[in-house]
Design a protein around this ligand. Structure first.
Ligand code: GDP
Length: 297
C-alpha cells in the first residue's frame, strides 16, 4: 500500500532536505512534483489541487525558506496535511456497538470482499473486544455466498444464522435480529447481497434491509484496486443508503493508494479498515497518522 507514492515523494523530499537553503521557487517546484506524484497515485484532481494549495499556504505562512531546516519543515507540513485529508472525526477502529444486540450492515458490490471482511471484523470484535457475534448472509441469489459465510464462521468460531431456503433478505434480517436478542449476542452482522454494478434493485433491497435493521454502523466494502471507481461507488452508496464508513480491500496489491487518499475528502466518510490479504487476520484499522508516516517513509 502506497509504495509507489512513497518512492516518488521520498525522491522529491530527499532533494529538498539535502539542499539546505530553499527559495520559494524551490518549494514551488517540489510541490509541483508532489502534485504529479499524487495524480499518478490516482488521487482525484480536486483533492490533489486542494492538498497542494493548503501545503503551499502553510509553507509560505510559516516562512519555511527562512527556517534552519527548510526541507524538513516542508515534509512536516505535507505530513500534517496528509493526516488532515485522511482524518475522520472519530477513532476509525471503534465501531458503535453499545446497546446489544447492535446491528452492523455490510454493503458493497459483488467481489469487493464483503463476505471476507464481515468475517474478519467479526473475528476482531470477538478476539479483541470479547463480543458475542452473530453473522447472517442475506445473499439469497447466491447460495454459495451464504455457504461461504457459514464456512468462514466455523473457521473463526463465530455463529452464523442457520440458512432457511426461500426466505427473502428482509425476513432474514428480521430473523437475525430476533435470534440476536434471544441468544444474547452483542452484535449481529448482516452481509447483504452484492451486484456487479450498482442498480436500482440492489439499492432498493439494501434500503429495505436497512429500514428493518436500523444499523448502528453501515460499512461499505470496496476493492481499493479500483481506484477512483471505489470513491464513486462510495458516493453512490452514501447518497442512497447512508454509510458510516468504508473498508478498502486488496490494499496488499495496491501500490498507489489513490482511493485511500481521496475517499474522505470526496465522500466525507472515513476509511475505518483496510484489507491486506485473504487471511482472516489481514485487516488493519486505518490510522491516518500511521498511514501518513508510511507514505512519507
Ligand atoms: P464479496 O462478493 O464482496 O462478498 O467478496 P468475497 O468476500 O467473496 O471476496 C472475493 C475474493 O477477494 C475472495 O477470494 C477473497 O479472499 C478476496 N479478498 C477479500 N479481501 C481481500 C484483501 O484484502 N486482499 C486480498 N488479496 N484478497 C481479498
Amino acid at each position: 500500500m502506497f509504495e509507489n507514492l512513497s518512492d516518488r515523494l521520498s525522491g522529491v523530499f530527499d532533494r529538498l532536505t539535502k539542499q539546505g537553503a530553499l527559495s520559494e521557487a524551490d518549494v514551488a517546484t517540489a510541490l509541483r512534483e508532489v502534485r504529479v506524484a499524487l495524480l499518478e497515485a490516482d488521487v482525484s484532481l480536486p483533492v490533489a489541487r486542494d492538498f497542494i494549495k493548503a501545503v503551499q499556504e502553510k509553507a509560505t505562512g510559516q516562512a519555511v525558506t527562512k527556517s534552519v531546516t527548510p526541507g524538513q519543515q516542508v515534509v512536516k507540513i505535507v505530513h500534517d496535511e496528509l493526516v488532515h485529508v485522511l482524518q475522520g472525526d472519530e477513532d476509525p477502529g471503534a465501531l458503535k456497538i453499545d446497546n446489544p444486540p447492535a446491528p452492523i450492515l455490510m454493503v458493497g458490490l459483488q467481489g469487493g470482499g464483503k463476505t471476507t471482511t464481515t468475517a474478519k471484523i467479526a473475528k476482531r470484535l470477538k478476539e479483541r473486544d470479547g463480543k458475542k457475534i452473530l453473522m447472517a448472509s442475506l445473499d439469497v441469489n447466491r447460495p454459495a455466498a451464504m455457504e461461504q459465510l457459514a464456512i468462514l464462521g466455523a473457521q473463526i468460531g463465530v455463529d452464523t444464522l442457520p440458512i432457511v431456503k426461500g426466505e427473502d433478505p428482509v425476513a432474514i434480517a428480521r430473523r437475525a435480529k430476533t435470534q440476536a436478542s434471544l441468544g444474547g449476542y452483542d452484535v449481529y452482522m448482516l452481509d447483504t447481497a452484492g451486484r456487479l454494478s450498482i442498480d436500482e434493485e440492489l439499492m432498493a433491497q439494501v434500503e429495505a434491509v436497512r429500514d428493518v435493521a436500523n444499523p448502528r454502523e453501515t460499512l461499505l466494502v470496496v476493492d481499493g484496486l479500483t481506484g477512483q471507481d471505489a470513491v464513486t461507488t462510495a458516493e453512490n452508496f452514501d447518497d442512497r443508503i447512508g454509510i458510516t464508513g468504508v473498508v478498502l480491500t486488496r490494499m496488499d496489491g495496491d501500490g498507489r493508494g489513490g482511493a485511500a487518499l481521496s475517499m474522505r475528502a470526496v465522500t466525507g466518510r472515513p476509511i475505518r479498515f483496510v484489507g491486506l490479504g485473504e487471511k482472516m487476520d489481514a485487516l488493519e484499522t486505518f490510522e491516518p497518522d500511521r498511514v501518513a508516516g508510511r507514505i512519507l517513509g
